[in-house]
Write a protein that binds this ligand. Sequence first.
Ligand code: WTA
Length: 694
Amino acid sequence: AERRLRRMLEHLVAPQLSTVSLDRSVCLSQTANANAAQEDVVYVPGDFARKSLISSRSQYEELYNEAIADPNAFWGRVAAGYFWQKLWDTSKPICNYNFDADKGPVFVEWFKGGYTNVCYNALDRHVLAGHGHQMCFLWEGNDPGQNAYLTYSDVLKKVCQVANFLRARGVKKGDRVCIYMSMICELPIAMLACARIGAVHSVVFGGFSSESLAGRILDCQAKVLLTCSGGRRANKVLPLKQIVDDALQICLKEGNFRVETCLVYDNSFAIPRQNVPWVQGRDVWWQETISQFSVDSPVEWMEAEEPLFMLYTSGSTGKPKGLIHTVGGYMVYAGLTFKHAFDHQAGDIFWCTADCGWITGHTYVAYGPLLNRATSVIFEGVPTFPDAGRWWQIIDKYQVSILYAAPTAIRTLAAQGDEIVRKYSRKSLRLLGSVGEPISPKTWQWFYDVVGDSRCPIVDTWWQTETGGCMIFSLPGAWPMKPGCASLPFFGVQPVILDQEGKEQHGPCEGYLCIKAPWPGVARTVFGDHERYENTYFKTWKGLYTTGDGCRRDADGFIWITGRVDDVLNVSGHRISTGEVEGALVSHPLCTEAAVVGYDHEVKGQAIYAFVSLSHDATPSDALKKQLQDAVRKQIGAFAAPDVIHWAVGLPKTRSGKIMRRILRKIAARQFNDIGDTSSLADPSVVDQLIKGM
Ligand code: WTA
């Protein structure tokens, strides 16, 4: 295997880039506003810009304008790059939609009437064109020395076997399949197998608890569950199959619902087989069973607007929403954004460090790279195991040329100092990407100077589970970057910034970020609850998609994302609903009320601060704090456990009983002199009591 990898790398090493050459004269002419403060701007290294797919602002503008003025031509051309078993109805507009809930149901349709299959376009298309021998996944396990390398043909065969197994178990087009696995190659393989047969996959991140998993299985009524015996993260073993069994018990007890089949990948690195709990008849071992199935499997041709997958995400209220992405639009958008956000070219080795349990992993570990016939690294472990040099070692080992990561991980590694980074060459890198939360200029600069040796542009990509793919990002090579700024919208994306009253603002401004018209990757509905989809995204501001984020536009027209304007927290890049954490806290018998806010945290970006009121017979103690944190771990997952628990005698409420989180945020941030107006509180003295109780 090592020899095979080395051979493959010889062919795939990215073209070496010459070292730091800041070609300012070339880049200046590309700035919208050459007067922009010099110190705010980092020019794209000249060598990169010369070779990038889009190398100037004017080239970008031409395509951007075309996508809006003539979507039929623009998106028709992009979609034609894929195989369609039947072309969409070209006599009609390529996109049909209604964003205005007052005018009737909100809907979005792209490529209506067309038939295709995402798995076919991600795998078969390349294999049939003679690229089956190309490396597809370079898998690196949690422990150094564990690896697996799969070519496009290897992956196609494995996908077909799983697809055949699912069919044999009665899974049909439209049925839901839940996937709960660690980051092994079988995770994207399972996703593709579903896509192949038209089953709707619902991947649940391996860090979610059995109760969260059960809620998601019940909501989508999954017919089959794909999992693995266990996973490893640093020194920890994740007992995934045990969690699955607990979840399926809950499904039976609470929803009288039985999952028919559970396919279990034997991940003996994590957990020995004999220690895996087993239910005869329902559970089957992956390796033994799958090998009995044929490596050919017919493709289910899907209408463009049929669902491809669902993915749960947290909002400000209620239980998580299962957002539905559809076949045609998602495919085209995932494919095109991957190509341009990462300037992907032949020979690149791409590495997105996200877990497939999140949208970033769906679009930029699984679908986007494969649709572009990329070679990518999949990593099961964490950046700091066995030491903080792991990422840099992996980059050298596989000659990674594009690294796409989350600011929280970058901050963790930056805190370890530069020396450990500099121990590794990192010469293969040519582009760095960031996603999931705002990246501060300081972290940006460290990423740029130290990791990228001031040679690699950084693409800061703003997007959401709902948007399917990147929306606003610094198109690499096309214009100078501003540290911490997502900059300009991708082709076809029309951002609008509203003021408090919902009036569209022009020029430099700050306000609510909305999007005017649909792009192909927008989620089409919430599974089983279209009304919730309309209420969440299309009711706040008439005729617009509401992102839930705030932003600022500067004099160059560049957009800076400032963060959520609703009650969604972003902890280490994980989207967490304050309401869900509060629900878990009050489920503790001694907790009568809870209010959760975020506060700034050096590494996590935001951390969770919970104000908790106890019943009169309870005594605050550290043991009780731990019980409350455990309640959240149990109901949601460890990543959502509050960092701080503040015993609160009362909570600041308006006379109508609404908790004023604005005040709690100030207290959590210890900004006691900046509490603001408290006159509308039912009992303003609560604020002083809370501050005294710190
Ligand atoms: C935040 C992740 C600033 C934002 C792809 C958004 C960002 C939420 C950025 C979506 C960025 C994501 N700069 N903020 N580059 N990228 N966000 O659904 O608040 O997990 O609304 O999708 O993350 O999180 P989600």
